[in-house]
Design a protein around this ligand. Structure first.
Ligand SMILES: Nc1ncnc2c1ncn2[C@@H]1O[C@H](COP(=O)(O)OP(=O)(O)OP(=O)(O)O)[C@@H](O)[C@H]1O
Ligand SMILES: [Mg+2]
Length: 495
């Protein structure tokens, strides 16, 4: 049987960087290929080349027996390639049906509205998408919006679906549903390329994997013949599955105290975190996680109650005043809210220090010291880019995240609020970040760690709580954690 897709010797060069350096890849119909690799190893670049968003500098692509070169996304789509983007290209104010019709050449002429609505219902039922053609996209969860994109691809007869980190901002139940949908697509004979950093997902759905490192293929495997540790090792070159060395240090005085805090979607909440302590908050995203993080950071107004930082009431202070007083915040959606893509890595790293000597003079960035510091942080946090003057937006997803993490951790904040800080990071970088957060705690900071990944919460939390339906359930010492109880709390009030 001929392959659905063959990529041979793919090369893509940015300046002196070989983002793709001679990559071969084959995919057959009815197969799910996991494309793995460290942050910046070239996965997204290879897929953009395949979809025609980026021009290759070398190599050849054959899809369904046809040579593809110099193509545009429109031509790729017409030939049966679909890319499900992470930030969906849907019009929120329109319905599912209207979004499906949008930009579809046949729609409206050959295919009438009624017929399309019928097709949507049929396909949705067949694949288990649970989509109503008349639902407004604005009212749909992220997982459902992603399914609209999948539906769009299937209705336009895509034979190959590319999904670049499709699970990284989904709740666990939605991840599970997506994986089921991918298996159904496979059984209908579609070819799928699936990018993820999460080994359990790979083991669940992928038939085979290709691992990239520094733009080259560093390993290939049939999933049934390998295991999680081996896969991680192929990616990172070392074993990252050993447990974290946790020794709880002496706890200091209370650094963050929250009393009867209420804001839209949360509360009333009562808790405190001491210096030298990590309070890990588990729970399904969408249960007040964002509201809690933003209220603590000062980006949302508290309707009631009190927040104090090192004994000072900060309830009504601005985000920048909180920052000056030692509060650091890593938002989950870093790429959108914490990073200025059009600025350089250096400028992004120095965002918090622009008004502080020696990095600023007369309100301007003092380039010499700033550059030295940026270089040091890039090295320390393994931010892979040609130079501190590279535009942040041209970095790989994971490397963009590392900029924000480096900036916030390097300040040695009194209190760190981290919301899904490892989202989009490869296993090596994830380990590194968690170890840095532990080191920050050991140095006396208080940390609030909000994550929907139970594994992480249990790995680093000194105390563990669950946020469900905007309220906190059971703040317990890690040693006392009872898994079934945690699961129950998580599902109790979960939306
Ligand atoms: N438009 C661009 N200009 C300059 N360099 C780029 C551009 N796009 C990507 N790169 C570089 O190419 C390399 C590969 O990036 P790519 O986005 O393909 O990585 P990735 O494997 O998808 O990583 P991640 O897991 O972090 O998403 C990175 O070093 C990145 O900085
Ligand atoms: Mg990527």
């Amino acid at each position: 049987m001929a392959a659905l897709l063959e990529m041979r010797g793919m090369v893509k060069v940015y300046g002196t960087l070989r983002a793709n350096d001679g990559i071969d890849l084959d995919l057959f119909a009815g197969e799910i290929l996991g494309l793995l690799g460290e942050n910046g190893s070239g996965k997204s670049t290879l897929m953009k080349v395949l979809f025609g968003m980026v021009k290759a500098d070398g190599g050849g692509i054959v899809f369904r027996g046809r040579e593809l070169s110099g193509h545009h996304p429109g031509e790729a789509m017409a030939l049966g390639i679909a890319m499900i983007h992470q930030h969906f290209m849907l019009v929120e104010a329109m319905t599912v049906l209207e979004n499906i019709m949008l930009g579809w050449p046949q729609a409206g002429r050959l295919l009438k509205r009624q017929m399309i609505a019928e097709k949507i219902r049929d396909t949705s039922r067949r694949l288990g998408l649970d989509l109503d053609p008349d639902a407004r996209v604005a009212d749909l969860s992220l997982g459902k919006r992603q399914r609209v994109e999948i539906l769009k691809a299937v209705l336009r007869d895509a034979e190959l679906l590319i999904l670049d980190e499709p699970t990284s901002n989904l709740a666990p139940a939605e991840i599970h549903d997506l994986l089921v949908i991918l298996k159904r697509l496979r059984s209908e004979g579609k070819g799928i390329i699936f990018i993820t950093h999460k080994m359990p997902e790979v083991i669940d759905v992928c038939d085979k994997v290709v691992v990239l490192r520094a733009g080259k293929v560093s390993g290939k495997a049939v999933v049934a013949q390998t295991d999680r540790a081996q896969l991680a090792e192929m990616m990172v070159g070392r074993d990252v599955t050993t447990p974290y060395a946790i020794k709880s240090p002496e706890k200091g005085p209370v650094r963050l105290a929250v009393h009867q805090l209420a804001a839209k979607g949360i509360g009333p909440l009562d808790f405190d975190v001491k210096g030298g302590e990590i309070l890990a908050i588990a729970g399904v995203d969408g249960n007040g996680q964002l509201e809690l993080a933003e209220t603590l950071a000062g980006l949302r107004r508290a309707d009631d109650g009190q927040i104090s930082l090192d004994g000072h009431d900060i309830t009504d202070t601005t985000p920048s005043s909180r920052t000056r007083n030692g509060l650091a915040y890593m938002p989950a959606d870093r790429a959108m809210t914490a990073l200025v893509k059009s600025m350089t890595i250096m400028e992004n790293l120095m965002l918090r220090d622009v008004a502080r000597p020696p990095y600023s003079a007369y309100g301007l960035l003092n380039r010499g010291p700033a550059r030295k510091r940026a270089e040091a942080l890039m090295q320390q946090f393994d931010i892979r880019a040609p130079s501190p003057l590279t535009r942040a937006g041209s970095l790989s997803g994971g490397n963009q995240q590392k900029i924000v993490i480096a900036r916030e951790l390097a300040r040695q904040p009194a209190v760190l609020i981290a919301h899904q800080p490892t989202w989009g990071l490869d296993p090596g970088a994830t380990r590194f970040v968690l170890e840095r957060i532990l080191a920050l705690r050991d140095a006396g900071s208080a940390v609030i760690y909000i994550s929907c990944e139970l594994e992480e919460v249990l790995a680093i939390g000194d105390r563990v709580a669950v946020l469900a339906g905007g309220r906190l359930a059971g703040v317990v010492q890690r040693e006392a954690v009872d898994m079934p109880q945690i699961g129950l709390w998580m599902s109790e009030r979960a939306a």
